[in-house]
Design a binder for this molecule. Structure first.
Ligand SMILES: O=C(O)c1ccccc1NCC(=O)[C@H](O)[C@H](O)COP(=O)(O)O
Length: 231
């Protein structure tokens, strides 16, 4: 189970997340109580092992700016929120590796993801970083063979159920592991990652849902790009 901890604002939280087993960290460059600057991320990033993926998080940002920041900092990729044209996505994907974020605004919009070849899509609630859980039944509209990362109101208490029901490639959390906006809670972090990982051996045959994990391609050469659905 791929686990991404989002809304990292300081080295202490970053290093603790890594020590507890996070696969990826997210830095929010959009306007937010968790907003960070390029200089802050440069300092944090220099302390993180290269085995950990790092994503800049952008909301409606110009593709050129996303590429600039991602490259300047040497981040693994970008998590993009907002409406982008496929050619804009292509522009970014030539330079960076990033996840795709899906704003759940309806089944028909989720189905649009079919026209993009994503590294992954991040299915989230309409209001990112808000801690709101979305209607999980919408996930049924996400195409097969899509690396799906689930976000939106996940907590140490509900992440196991989310994984059991949705069978995602990964999970993403921000406010659900915070003491206050911008500061992570070590106990919640520990429990969240443990709970997410404890779901790895669930037998999907026992569940009345298709196994997205099984549907994920092992082909890591797939050209990655980032896209958001909705808005
Ligand atoms: O965190 C924010 O305030 C934020 C602002 C603008 C764009 C994205 C933002 N956060 C993204 C995330 O933290 C997560 O990827 C995701 O939305 C999950 O958040 P949460 O529901 O708080 O776990």
């Amino acid at each position: 189970m791929f686990v991404k901890i989002c809304g990292i604002t300081n080295a202490q939280d970053a290093l603790l997340s890594v020590a507890l087993g996070a696969d990826a960290l997210g830095f929010v460059f959009a306007s937010s109580p968790r907003q960070v600057t390029v200089d802050q991320v440069r300092s944090i990033h220099s302390q993180i092992p290269s085995s950990v993926m790092t994503f800049g998080v952008f909301l409606g940002e110009r593709p050129e700016k996303i590429v600039e920041i991602t490259h300047t900092l040497g981040l693994s990729g970008a998590q993009i929120h907002g409406n982008y044209l496929p050619e804009q996505i292509d522009h970014i994907s030539e330079r960076v590796m990033y996840t795709v974020r899906a704003i759940v605004a309806g089944r028909e919009r989720l189905e649009r993801v079919k026209s993009f070849s994503a590294w992954a899509i991040l299915v989230d609630s309409p209001s990112p970083g808000s801690g709101q859980v979305f209607d999980w039944s919408l996930v049924e509209a996400v195409p097969e063979r899509t690396k799906m990362i689930v976000a939106g109101g996940l907590t140490p208490e509900n992440v196991k159920e989310a994984v059991s029901v949705l069978r995602p490639f990964g999970v993403d959390v921000s406010s659900g592991v915070e003491l206050e906006p911008g500061k992570k809670d070590p106990m919640k972090l520990r429990k969240f990652i443990a709970q997410a990982r404890s779901s790895d051996d669930i037998d999907s045959d026992d569940l009345d849902v298709r196994s997205r994990k099984d549907a994920v391609s092992d082909d890591e050469d797939v050209v990655p790009y980032n896209w958001e659905i909705g808005r």
